[in-house]
Design a protein around this ligand. Structure first.
Ligand code: A3P
Length: 286
């Protein structure tokens, strides 16, 4: 809370900042990699640099909210290492963003995901964390999926309600499409070329429509791909020191529809009903 309060009161956005925002487990790691690799294309012309080959995406772009007071984040804010604007990240819902961000005109990219896949991904993630820290393991072993589904439906989660989060950014992207881009994990999976072109244009770094552009798109997608990142030594065996988390916790399956392997038909039905209710009238489908 202390860090979030400091972020809200002290953060000074710049007009050329790009803020990557997501509800946890909806594709943050992928989004960071894609945006970093888009912005790095210009650097590549000078020399071959591929920072993500040696660094986990979250280490490169740590969340501002819970780490705002850390030396690493303060240093990143002052020395972002690139001239064309800072790449920054947070999981805060729209109504909790610092007032300064909302009025700064900086760009926001939000990625959303199917709620059932988000829930399953989050459930796996927290179970991995619980396993790492024996003192917090629940008496009945790993956190059961029934309880995870209950928390998800009641909105009792670290970043609040999934639905309020996605709807907040969805509505803002409709009001200010030049400043807020709303992406979906499923669309990125289904048509990555198209989505990454849209993302790059939004970031004011469009690919050319010629052959060179195709090669650049291919390079960004290859460098950001799940299979590549997951197999890198840094992500197989490295640790994100800021949170003492193994980097491999961010790479599980990376597929669409994995919820079918874990949720009962009753759980799925309950979440589908809730999703219909919460997204009713918004024009958003997930
Ligand atoms: P699964 O648990 O369904 O596999 P976040 O990055 O917001 O923490 O979300 C994590 C989810 O994104 C995990 O989903 C993870 O496997 C997946 N993921 C991580 N990197 C990815 C990438 N480069 N491409 C696609 N999915 C990725």
């Amino acid at each position: 809370m202390q860090s979030i309060m400091a972020f809200r009161s002290e953060f000074q956005p710049r007009r050329d900042d790009i803020l990557l925002i997501s509800f946890p487990k909806t594709g943050t790691t992928w989004l960071i990699a894609l945006c970093h690799n888009i912005l790095s294309l210009d650097d590549d012309e000078k020399e071959e640099v591929d920072v993500l080959a040696k660094m986990n995406p979250h280490e490169l772009v740590p969340p501002l909210d819970v780490n705002f007071l850390s030396d690493q984040v303060q240093d990143l804010l002052l020395n972002p290492g690139r001239s064309k604007g800072r790449l920054l990240q947070t999981h805060l819902p729209y109504n909790c963003l610092p007032e300064s961000v909302r009025n700064s005109g900086c760009k926001i990219v939000h990625v959303a995901r199917n709620p059932k896949d988000t829930l399953v991904s989050m459930w796996h993630f927290y179970n991995k964390i619980l396993k790492l820290s024996e003192t917090t393991t629940t008496p009945d072993g790993p956190f059961p999926v029934e309880r995870a589904a209950e928390s998800f439906c009641s909105g009792v989660l670290p970043c609040g309600s999934f639905y309020e989060h996605v709807v907040g950014y969805w509505e803002e992207s409709n009001k200010r499409p030049e400043e807020v881009l709303f992406l979906k994990y499923e669309e990125l999976s289904r048509d990555p070329e198209e989505q990454v072109r849209k993302l790059a244009s939004f970031m004011r770094r469009p690919f050319s429509s010629m052959e060179d552009g195709d090669a650049e798109v291919e390079k960004v997608l290859r460098r950001s791909s799940f299979n590549r990142l997951k197999e890198l030594e840094v992500n197989k065996n490295g640790v994100w020191e800021l949170h003492r988390l193994p980097n491999n916790t961010f790479f599980r399956k990376g597929t669409v529809g994995d919820w079918k392997c874990y949720l009962t038909p009753q759980m799925a039905k309950r979440i589908d009903q809730l999703t219909r209710l919460k997204l009713q009238g918004t024009g958003l489908s997930l």
